[in-house]
Design a protein around this ligand. Structure first.
Ligand SMILES: Cc1cc2nc3c(=O)[nH]c(=O)nc-3n(C[C@H](O)[C@H](O)[C@H](O)COP(=O)(O)OP(=O)(O)OC[C@H]3O[C@@H](n4cnc5c(N)ncnc54)[C@H](O)[C@@H]3O)c2cc1C
Length: 497
């Protein structure tokens, strides 16, 4: 493990059985797991290169149980890692050896659907796709669509501010969540946001969305529902160079068109996806764009014509427009299966996630090819081109000594490159443990201190999801002391811990 995790308190681990027994008084029966075989399935998340056994797994079924578990952990000074479905690709749900893993997997109920106000109130363990499935009979859907939507939970989506193919037009999780109920580190139950787009006071809901399990345990989510567009059609556009494809993306957005989705794949990804699902992708191109337009039929037809024209101006070699829903689904099937498809090319792959300004795409692709040579590892590229969100998949073999470390170094270089060209370290997968130590490449020490002060407001003892997101573990009390200048205590009215 090259990423350091907080030191495990051996004395606490020695009390595992006693702690489990105490927790069983709150969550009886099979809701508390402390035997090694039962703990094993929870030792990792989607960042499978890293694993650690949790102290105890707790699977509550009611909000009251969550509140009591949190209050008990608070009183006992025990740390807590919240977990949804465990699909995080940045190690956000990676257990900590002396922390309880609090799984929300049993919170699977859709509590209320308001068809008139177009919203749904759901428990955090409901999968992303299950929300759409529950309302599609009424012509509605939940817009953010991570590729993991069949498995990932809405609670995890809130914590990661997850995105997907259709977020270019319809916004990320943060634009589609209206309110949450959350249990704080000390067991208090709070509500933030509500049923409308804006609420009174500070936008604390905005702090919670994307907070990666660092500020509270989400126990209920209110989401917006949108009406399914009347028509949706997709284009497959092949290019001889990645530069032309990148320029086409910039021209489409520059023309004022906002496609429902605009995805790009490079040659290795195209070949892997085609071999995996037979989506009908051209194999003699260097880059492939899938562009989806939606709306009323006449608007859709018009926009398809516009995108065809722009693509031709940018040197497109092949353009195909989906004739029907089946063909459109086939175009997307390759893209949606691109990760497992690339997984067949090598024993392991490392999925990166960074964002760049769209115009930098050709430069970044060129530099990435150089980095691939330098690190001696192949990279396949699949990305949300419309919003500049890259997902380079670095192929490696963990059984070869040093290859994981080389893959990580390559990945770090890609993320530093994203920042260098004016982008950011993350797109949609969060910071977790994966990008934690790169945070100083993006933020100054002062920025990081202020961000952590926000966390301290919710979790002053730093017991929620420790070791994630922030590169250095400052205690909140130390943070308070850092702002003393010339003997003058800044913000003297803020309580010090
Ligand atoms: C094949 C694959 C494809 C993917 N594609 C995408 C994609 O297209 N777009 C995208 O954005 N992501 C994608 N992901 C990443 C992942 O699915 C998302 O980050 C997802 O939101 C995680 O949800 P989860 O329920 O699995 O959360 P987990 O992995 O269990 O947890 C993720 C984080 O959320 C916190 N958390 C979970 N539940 C709660 C809660 N109730 N309260 C507070 N904190 C909580 C955890 O502490 C952790 O920090 C993909 C992952 C895989 C494996």
């Amino acid at each position: 493990m090259s990423i350091c995790m907080p030191e495990v308190d051996a004395a606490l681990v020695a009390r595992r059985d006693e702690i489990a027994a105490q927790l069983r008084r709150i969550v009886p029966g099979e809701g508390v797991i402390n035997d090694p075989t039962g703990l094993r399935p929870y030792e990792s998340d989607g960042l499978t290169a890293y694993r650690q056994m949790p102290l105890v797994v707790v699977l509550p079924e009611t909000v009251e149980q969550v509140a009591q578990v949190m209050a008990w952990c608070h009183a006992q000074e025990i740390k807590v890692v919240p977990r949804g479905s465990g699909t995080s690709l940045s190690g956000g749900a990676l257990p900590v050896g002396d922390a309880i893993l609090l799984g929300l997997g049993k919170f699977k109920r859709i509590l209320h659907i308001d068809y008139e106000d177009r919203l749904a109130v759901v428990q955090p363990g409901v999968t992303n796709l299950a929300i759409t499935k529950a309302v599609e009979h009424a012509g509605l859907y939940y817009a953010p669509d991570p590729s993991s939507q069949i498995a990932c939970s809405i609670g995890g989506n809130v914590a990661e501010n997850s995105g997907g193919v259709h977020c270019l037009k319809y916004g990320l999780t943060t634009n589609n969540v209206l309110g949450v109920q959350m249990v704080l580190a000390d067991g208090q139950i709070v509500r933030l946001g509500g049923r409308s787009l804006d609420g009174p006071g500070l936008d604390l809901l905005g702090v919670v969305v994307g907070s990666e399990g660092l500020v509270g345990v989400v126990t209920e989510v209110t989401v917006r529902l949108l009406a399914k567009p009347q028509t949706a059609r997709a284009l497959l556009i092949g290019f001889d160079t990645v530069e032309e494809a990148g320029a086409c993306v910039a021209s489409v957005i520059g023309s004022g068109i906002i496609p429902a989705g605009m995805e790009m794949m490079d040659r290795p990804a195209i070949h892997a996806a085609e071999a995996f699902v037979g989506a009908g992708y051209p194999l003699d191109v260097e880059a492939l764009l899938i562009v989806e337009l939606d709306g009323v039929a006449a608007e859709c037809d018009h926009l398809i014509g516009e995108v065809e024209r722009i693509a031709a101006e940018n040197g497109a070699r092949q353009i195909r427009v989906s004739a029907d829903a089946e063909e459109r689904n086939r175009f997307w099937a390759g893209r949606k299966a691109a990760f497992p498809a690339v997984g067949r090319l090598a024993p392991d792959y490392y999925c990166m996630d960074g964002t760049i300004p769209r115009r930098q795409l050709p430069l970044v692709m060129r530099r990435m090819a150089e980095l691939s040579q330098r690190h001696g590892l192949v990279v396949a590229n699949v990305f949300h081109a419309g919003d500049g969100n890259l997902h380079p998949l670095i192929l490696y073999d963990a059984n070869r000594a040093g290859e994981l470390e080389r893959a990580e170094e390559f990945g770090n270089d890609i993320l530093r490159l994203c920042v260098e060209v004016g982008g950011v370290l993350t797109g949609e997968h969060g910071v977790g443990v994966e990008k934690r130590d790169l945070m100083p490449a993006m933020f100054s020490e002062e920025d990081l201190r202020h961000q952590q002060r926000v966390k301290c407001v919710f979790d002053p003892d730093l017991r929620l999801n420790p070791g994630k997101v922030f590169p250095m573990l400052h205690r909140c009390a130390e943070l308070g002391r850092m702002h003393v200048h010339g003997g003058q205590l800044s913000f003297p009215d803020i309580p010090r811990f």
